[in-house]
Each structure stands twice: as C-alpha cells, then as structure tokens.
Design a protein around this ligand. Structure first.
Ligand code: CU
Length: 411
C-alpha cells in the first residue's frame, strides 16, 4: 500500500496533528523562500491508470490526476508557480479561498490566460482554514473533464482541532466519459458518464482507508464532478463537521450515515472508528459504483432469452445472453468475458467470500484493533469473531406459513 504512505517531502503539520493522507495520491512538497511557502504545479498530459487494464490520456498536474494535495497553515504566505505544458492556455482557480481578486484565476476576468510554455506565479496569504480545491478556469469543460483538479487543505493556525484527529484522509470525486474501448475522455458528455472515481481511481484500484479501533478519523471529500454524490459509510455514524465554509460550530454538526456532496462542494466527516471490520464506503448512486457503464445495453432482466438464444446461435454459434435473472452472473463471468480493449468489468473486486460486485466510487474502511498508529499497510481481509457473521440455515417451509400475512392480502 505504498500509495497510502505520505510523501516524506510533504509539509509536516504543526503540533500533534495527523498528516493529511491522499489515498492513491500525495501532498505537494514546498520550499521556504524568504518566509514564503513556494509550491510548483505543472499542467500536463499524462497516461493515467484508473485500474489495471484501463489507462487513458488524461490531463493533470505534476504527473497525476488529481494533482498533488496542497497543504499549508492558516496565516501562511504562499506562492504557487504554475507552468503550462499543455498545448492550450490554462489558469488555476483556488476554489473557496479568500484572496485578492487578481489571484482568483478566472481567465479573461482576473488575468490573461497562461499560454503554453509560460510559468505564472499566484501569491496570497491564507486567511482561513478548511478543505478547499483547485482547478482550471480556462476551457474548464475540457480541462476538468480530462482530470485537472486537486485539493487545497489549510490547517488551522492554533492546533485548534478539538478533539484531535488521528487519521486525516482527503479524496476528490470525479466522473469520466471514457467510453468502453477508448483511450481519451470525451469532454462533450454531460450526463452519461462511464467511470466514477475516488482520487481518479475506480474500485478495486481505490486504496483502502485504515484506522485502529478507537481512533478519530476525518474524511475530507471534495466534488468536482458533474453529479451530486450521496457518500455512505457502513458500520459507523459520522458527523458532518465542515465544508468549503471551513469548520462548522459544533452545534451545526450533523450526525449522518449518508451525506450528499454537491457539485463544487467539499464536506468534512468525522467519526470514531469503534467497530472493527471491513466496512464499505461508497457513493449510494448505484450506477456510480459500476465501471464501464454500457448505456445502450438492452435490459435483459426478466426476459425469456432461451428461445432467442437458440435462434441467434443458428447464425452466431456460441452466443449466450446473460443477465435474465439479474446482473450478478455478469460479475461472476467477468473474468471470462472479453470486453473491448482497455475496459474493465462493470463490477469487480474479490473479497474473502467471492465477488464484491462493485466498481467506481467504492472503497473499504478497514478498522483493526492491532494496527500501529503509523501503520499504512493493508492488513488483509477481516477475520470475523465466532458468532458474528450471517450464515446459511436450513429453513422449514411449513414455518414460512407463519409469515404469510406479510403478503398484501388483496393482490
Ligand atoms: Cu455518486
């Protein structure tokens, strides 16, 4: 799980605050120049792997999408150098930050565009704390559809996090129109996206989130996709403690198990990881936990396909229609089915009990009693204590009659 190890060159947070971890990503190193924290972002085309078997030409910063997470502290003076290695102009907008108008990055409104080959400097003092984002404000439709975005996290000046956070995870939500068998996202798509990602990865390539039993965990989640995402955590209740408007007063915290993160919003969730196990963390839009959505596939559920199959086989030997009892069999067959090149199965990922039948915006929170505080290695699958797991039983149909009145009586 080297993806979970914080970059050693990343800024060290003050006090006893846990460093922000960007699963599948990293924080951006800086250098101190006369008291100013200087960062450098390079906008460029990259080969991005969504999961093994699915790679595309994307655009990002410093070799990745999302770009590296910028971490700084309230009150810092920051200078961010932006080099444009694209073949078209760009800018960066610092989404949610309180800054001078000329630093806001809207092309044509606040500045001239950064032309290919140019490097521009943005410089301002951080007047707030919280979870924020950065993205282009020039040819936004294309540049964001191709993956240009990142997180900008500002720690409070006084180590004011109360209570202390033990694990601090940061994720960006995005959607991609990478049609099956293609190698470049389609920026013209408005609704029917193919891939849904945490930090530009689809399950099972999304890194698991780890916590030791009893630790306080923060999830910082930003949404620069074109859909709202109801993010759902199993086995725990979390509080929504902050947004782009920074940390909320405690009286405004909301206890939730699912919370919608709207387009252009960030939300901070906090919870006590007090329930050991492997817990799903995912978007609750069910098509957002699928990979390689085929939007033109006919609906086979409930259809009697055997007769049609026989006719089709007379011209297409070996044809076998699938999914008339649901789509699970497609997940089971995924390893054997040959989709278009560069396309991963809609549902995938195997747990200790078989196919997890998930993709896209899905990952696993692994809570363990025996995890070291700084341990970032995947502990493997959870071993359930005796008597704590659902099991197969033999069921007497006679007994079922006792439940008969559960059925609607007039149908
Ligand atoms: Cu979603």
């Amino acid at each position: 799980m080297e993806n979970l190890v914080p970059n050693p060159a990343a800024p060290k947070p003050a006090g006893n605050r846990a460093p922000v971890q960007t699963p599948n990503g990293r924080s951006l190193p800086y250098r101190l120049v006369n008291g100013v924290k200087e960062f450098h972002l390079t906008a460029e085309e990259i080969d991005h792997e969504f999961a093994p078997g699915c790679t595309a030409k994307c655009w990002g910063y410093n070799g990745s999408t999302p770009g590296p997470t910028i971490e700084a502290v309230e009150g810092d003076r920051v200078r961010i150098l932006v080099s444009n290695h694209l073949r078209e102009p760009t800018t960066i907008h610092w989404h949610g930050l309180l800054l001078p108008n000329g630093m806001d990055g809207v092309s044509g409104l606040n500045q001239a565009p950064i032309k290919p080959g140019e490097t521009w400097a943005y410089e301002f003092t951080l007047r707030q704390a919280g979870t924020h984002m950065y993205h282009p404000h020039a040819d936004e439709l294309v540049q964001m559809a191709f993956g240009m975005m990142g997180l900008f996290i500002i720690h409070p000046k006084a180590s004011a996090d109360e209570p202390a956070i033990d694990r601090d995870y940061a994720m960006l939500l995005h959607n991609w129109a990478l049609h099956p068998g293609t190698y470049r996202p389609d920026p013209a798509v408005m609704l029917d996206f193919d891939l849904w990602t945490f930090n530009s990865k689809i399950y099972p390539a999304t890194a698991p989130l780890l916590a030791r039993t009893g630790e306080r965990v923060r999830l910082r989640i930003g949404n620069l996709s074109m859909w709202n995402h109801p993010i759902h955590l199993h086995g725990h209740r979390f509080w929504v403690t902050g947004s782009d408007g920074d940390r909320w007063p405690r009286s405004a915290w909301i206890p939730e198990v699912t919370h919608i993160i709207g387009v252009g919003q960030t939300r901070d969730f906090e919870f006590i990881a007090d329930n050991p196990g492997d817990w799903a963390l995912h978007c609750h839009m069910v098509h957002h936990t699928m990979n390689a959505m085929g939007h033109s596939v006919p609906n086979p559920v409930g259809a009697k396909l055997a007769e049609a199959d026989a006719k089709i086989r007379s011209v297409l030997p070996g044809n076998m229609s699938m999914g008339s009892d649901g789509m699970s069999e497609m997940a089971d067959m995924a390893g054997m089915m040959q989709g278009p090149p560069n396309t991963v199965p809609m549902m995938s990922g195997n747990g200790s009990f078989g196919s997890i039948e998930m993709g896209g915006m899905f990952t696993v929170l692994k809570v363990r009693d025996d995890l070291a505080a700084d341990d970032t290695r995947d502990p493997g699958w959870y071993r359930h204590p005796p008597g704590t797991q659902a099991k197969l039983v033999s069921f007497d149909p006679q007994f079922a009659l006792g439940f008969a009145r559960d059925k609607p009586s007039d149908s």
